[in-house]
Design a protein around this ligand. Sequence first.
Ligand SMILES: *Cc1c(COP(=O)(O)O)cnc(C)c1O
Length: 403
Amino acid sequence: MTSTTSSERSIAAAEQHSAHNYHPLPVVVATADGAWMTDVEGRRYLDMLAGYSALNFGHGNRRLIDAAKAQLERVTLTSRAFHHDRFADFCTELAALCGKEMVLPMNTGAEAVETAVKTARKWGYRVKGVPDGRAKIVVADNNFHGRTTTIVSFSTDEEARADFGPYTPGFEIVPYGDLAALEAAVDDDTVAVLLEPIQGEAGVLVPPPGYLAGVRELTRSRGVLFIADEIQSGLGRTGRTFACEHEDVVPDMYVLGKALGGGVVPVSAVVASHEILGVYRPGEHGSTFGGNPLACAVALEVIAMLRTGEYQQRAAELGDHLHRELGLLAGGGNVDAVRGRGLWAGVDINPALGTGRRISEKLMARGVLVKDTHGSTIRIAPPLVISKEDLDWGLERLGAVLA
Ligand SMILES: *Cc1c(COP(=O)(O)O)cnc(C)c1O
């Protein structure tokens, strides 16, 4: 009889009874605190992924857990059939954080992107005057906006897209970072340009300087909405509240998710002006859980924390340090490229050293958890509350694995 560990039994059962739509690292987490996670065997790991930025404020953040607990004891769900006493504050505060007027709350990122697509189309027909059924939205190649049928319709990632057709029409894909291609794609029926200000899943791709400002100028002059999917790049990650701020760009619509729920509950939203979100009438869009009291209570605390500016500052300072250190590693010859902004980096490993997956497994064996993306790239995005010492500890291990 072969003896198996608790981790191995858990992983085997998951393999048997859950769809294989993910390929997780073989770690079974039991508890977590701050930037650290502990597995079922009591091994500790530094979390350098932070739930793809859903955990910007760390695991078990006291303020967020307290806000959630207090709300759990009061009321958790009303549905939008009734008002509740956290809803107006949430919408008011989130709109203010974004410098906008209105909020449409949903739950997951993909739902918020769907909401942005529906909003842009409706705005196109009702406000811009695009002929019925002709609305076009321009997107970038290598985008990641979620997993719904419509969203994968405009993905260029075959893994995400193949076998899920027929695909939703109404989208045109142009190369990311290419302003001339975007300009050529925008026509009279174009209602929106939908972009990530930094492409996360694609490997933390930062567009060329001036691109976002150019997109803003182009969309403004052509009467087209600029929709910024800041689900992963927003809420402090890059050293600013929004990644668009690095080019002083204010989009027409922010799409938010991930960190908005504080790593506690899924919370997403579209935030825009009256002119844009004012297009909706009762019954035209919604979600049973969208804007629920628990979600609003946690998100309100997230917004209050962001208003202090301390998390953005941490991300900026630790981010400078991270990129300095990664630059030194890159000098060693086993790193082909380092990209990113703030506490967020994509590191292209020399493929001769192994796949991103293999590097991630080696890091796991040394107590550091990261996630690979696209072949030989690993992504580094620790919680913004990580200490400098812990960050250095993680980078030291990365250096050892790459040596
Ligand atoms: C994660 C992500 C999404 C999708 O969010 P889900 O909550 O997983 O549906 C959309 N856009 C971007 C940029 C993301 O990083």
